[in-house]
Ligand binder design. Structure first.
Ligand code: C5P
Length: 252
């Protein structure tokens, strides 16, 4: 099920709305609505501003990815997921490490709640292993698998639990695609231009073209647009790269 997938390249671009407050977020929403497919609202912005930011994005007929990475007992996550459906978000995520039962109860609750409201079911994504964790961090918290093994293991668990897809680093796309099939949605952050050296904290990066060509369904981009001298120009360059990536994928 790829409930909101589209072949329009712009729709595959998710802008990371990593703003500290409402006014800053609003200026990005006003500038980029109609130029990106979705706005990603994370913990910082949602905690400081609340549901008002979702309403603002929706009023401009744009889509919302609520990136709050729920991780709790099944009942709590399922109820939080219903609250996300009530906000009419288009995509949200939970930690796969919450387990199969948590993911299954969440998917069931979301389907029932969306059905009752007569709205489209949002894309429900699993976060596998945070990219900030390496093999020794995993050992420290008691996991025996390597990060690569655990990413694939948790992606399979999410797939079996009925989740729509996963958030995955660029380097994990191929393994997840082969383990979970072509209909499993893969959303990929860590996008940087192939022509410029990486100057920030993202390490295992791919260009928008490479990520889409490798099989990502959506890419999340923040600073390459936010810090560009011309954000709209940067945005349309990325959309062009997505179009080339899609064309190259279809040609193979
Ligand atoms: O600015 P940048 O393009 O790096 O933004 C990427 C966005 O994706 C940020 O909101 C970041 O928190 C998020 N993200 C990430 N890597 C992950 C998961 C999420 O960069 N593994």
């Amino acid at each position: 099920m790829k409930s909101i997938s589209s072949s329009n390249p712009k729709d595959k671009l998710i802008f990371a709305l990593d703003a500290a407050g409402y006014e800053e977020a609003l200026s990005w929403i006003n500038l980029l609505s109609g130029h990106v497919g979705m706005f990603k609202v994370g913990k910082e912005l949602f905690t400081s501003v609340g549901p008002k930011i979702i309403e603002t994005i929706k009023q401009r007929e744009s889509k919302v990815f609520l990136d709050l990475k729920f991780h709790d007992i099944p009942n709590t996550v399922a109820r939080a997921a219903e609250a996300a459906v009530a906000l009419n978000v288009d995509m949200f995520n939970v930690h796969a490490a919450g387990g199969s039962r948590m993911m299954r109860e969440t998917v069931d609750a979301v389907a029932a709640c969306a059905g009752k409201r007569g709205i489209k079911m949002p894309v429900v994504l699993a976060v596998t292993v945070l990219t900030s964790l390496n093999n020794s961090d995993l050992q420290e918290i008691g996991f025996e698998k390597t990060t690569d093994e655990l990413v694939t293991h948790l992606a399979k668990l999410a797939h079996l639990a009925g989740m729509t897809g996963v958030v995955a680093s660029p380097r994990d796309i191929a393994a997840i695609r082969s383990a979970c099939g072509k209909d499993f949605v893969i959303v990929t952050p860590g996008i940087r231009s192939a022509d410029e050296p990486v100057k920030d904290d993202q390490r295992r990066t791919l260009s928008a073209f490479e990520a889409i060509q490798s099989g990502a369904d959506y890419i999340v981009v923040g600073r390459p647009i936010r810090n560009a001298p011309g954000p709209l120009t940067a945005c349309s360059r990325i959309v062009d790269e997505i179009a080339c990536g899609l064309a190259s994928r279809e040609g193979t």
